[in-house]
Design a protein. Sequence first.
Length: 318
Amino acid sequence: MKILIEHFITSLKSSLGIRRQNKGNIIFFFKIWIIRFFFAFPKIRNFNKAKIDSRIIEKKLFQKEISVKNVLKKIIKKGYFSELILNRKNLKYIKTNIIYKNTIFALKGYKKNSKQFSKSLKPNDNLNSIIVKSKKFKISHIGLEINLNKTEIIKKLACSNFFIEIAKNYLNTNNITISGQCYISNPMKISNQEKKDNAQFYHHDLEFKKFLKVFIYLNDVDKHSGPHSFVEKSHKFKKYKHIISKRFTTNQIQKSYKLYNIKKFLGPEGKVILEDTFGLHKGDVPTNKTRAMLILIYGLGEGTKDYNFFIRPQNKNI
């Protein structure tokens, strides 16, 4: 009962905050609260079953060809698929498409020197320039929300038949929205509170009734670069105490789940991870190398409206 009460209070506070941010009415508030409270329970959230109804085989995007059906089977079972690497040509184009003027800049929590850093950014700063300046001003973590309508190459990737087919099958709907982000995490000593703000403690996402995310590493990621971690099968089965939308330490998670179910994703630039981040996950804190990552978010409907930019693919892409 204590956990249920805490979950009720947490979901109520977050829903009120989202309502204020979006200047929504009481109906909007209840729609958000239903997602934040009821869809935190795996049985309710996964009542919408994924389907596997595709014959598409992708031959151009990645370094090897892959069938949509094989990807879906593994995401449904394990919560993730991590066996793909974007081909170098597409990766190069994506990097050049990330320019400051095509994004909205956001920092999670308080960051020292944030005003100076923000003022230093110029409209045509590319990904590398943004990383260099963030290190100069000792910014530990940056979020760039990408305007997909201004980034033709990233939009084309996000709306490719491969990703659209996976999203619509996994979410079992044609009613999806797509958003894009770029996260940059720098190596530096920070407090536990800042780690929580940076999503570097374990947590689960709850932005839609159901959703799927695609992570693409934009640089080589080893154990020193803050690799992404995920608790296998936690998108379907969680300890009751972990339905609450809050941060959990690595020790708390390791005590609750078998160690072989905790996956850490290392790999070269271009590595692609498709993941249901309703499962428990985090980004490790980089120790001596920066990690940059593109994120594509596929959600059922408009969800909690956490994103300023989103697009709706046409049904012809099904």
